[in-house]
Design a binder for this molecule. Structure first.
Ligand code: T5A
Ligand code: NA
Length: 218
């Protein structure tokens, strides 16, 4: 009999959340765990600060460069577009792609600065749709006490609060278009291991591969 998993593509799993909630820590742990179990997995960070566009974003986030709010919004989106083909190719070849932030951060942070929500959605139209987005939540008092909070541009209490409100609208946008199963909120409090176990339970069988085509965001 043929192996049923051979026709499956890799899952596209995105981690989202406010600053310092533990995304990068958990993304690495998930990639390691998948690899330990013999599955192919790849980490994709957004912003990808290594590309030419990513270097402009990095300078902006570190307040070494100023930029119009619309312009930086488009650069964040362009940074996803320059990685989109590689993500699709990997998914199609059976690799699970785990992204540390995605278009949802793009919308929530720019809308929190006051750009119109609909404008914020547009540039990411047709990007690959994540099969699962894990939205990590942590009380602000805990996040702001973590190391290095406050070093980058958006790491102020008022900006984080405004972004939290926009993330709630983004969640509505995703679930109303694609169903509740696409967006899952995860309690990110507790030890790194406790959170990792919680996440492992939620990822479950989609890490074995997905049947069906890669969707589009909107
Ligand atoms: N942005 C991003 C936009 O405006 N538009 C966009 O389109 C995109 C994609 C940079 C900024 O860019 C904005 C959003 C951001 O403001 P980034 O590069 O993801 O985005 O930012 P980073 O600074 O790398 O990451 P974060 O600040 O979001 O932190 P993480 O990844 O949530 O947290 P992590 O894992 O690095 O952990 C933070 C600290 O806490 C500890 C860690 O060891 C670390 O010291 N920690 C824990 N401590 C105790 N208990 C636990 N369970 C812990 N988990 C982690
Ligand atoms: Na991070």
């Amino acid at each position: 009999m043929s192996d049923p998993s051979s026709s499956r593509r890799g899952a596209f799993i995105v981690f989202e959340g406010l600053d310092r909630c533990g995304k990068s820590t958990q993304v690495s742990k998930l990639v390691e765990r998948l690899e330990r179990e013999g599955r192919k997995a790849r980490l994709q960070k957004f912003p990808d600060r290594t590309t030419a566009i990513g270097k402009m974003i990095d300078a902006y986030l570190q307040s070494k460069a100023e930029m119009d709010d619309h312009a930086i919004h488009l650069l964040f989106s362009a940074n996803r577009w320059e990685c989109a083909a590689a993500i699709k190719k990997d998914l199609e070849s059976g690799i699970t792609v785990i992204a540390d932030r995605y278009a949802f951060s793009g919308i929530a942070f720019s809308a929190a600065k006051g750009l119109p929500f609909d404008f914020c959605l547009q540039p990411d139209t047709s990007l690959p749709l994540p099969d699962l987005t894990l939205y990590l939540t942590l009380p602000q008092e805990v996040a702001s006490q973590r190391s290095q909070f406050g070093e980058e541009r958006y790491e102020t209490i008022s900006m984080q609060q405004a972004t939290r409100e926009q993330f709630a609208l983004v969640a509505q946008q995703v679930t109303s278009r694609h169903g509740e199963s696409k967006w899952t909120q995860v309690d990110a409090s507790g030890t790194i291991e406790q959170v990792a176990d919680r996440i492992w339970g939620l990822v479950g069988e989609i890490a074995d591969g997905i049947e069906g085509d890669i969707g589009r965001l909107w």
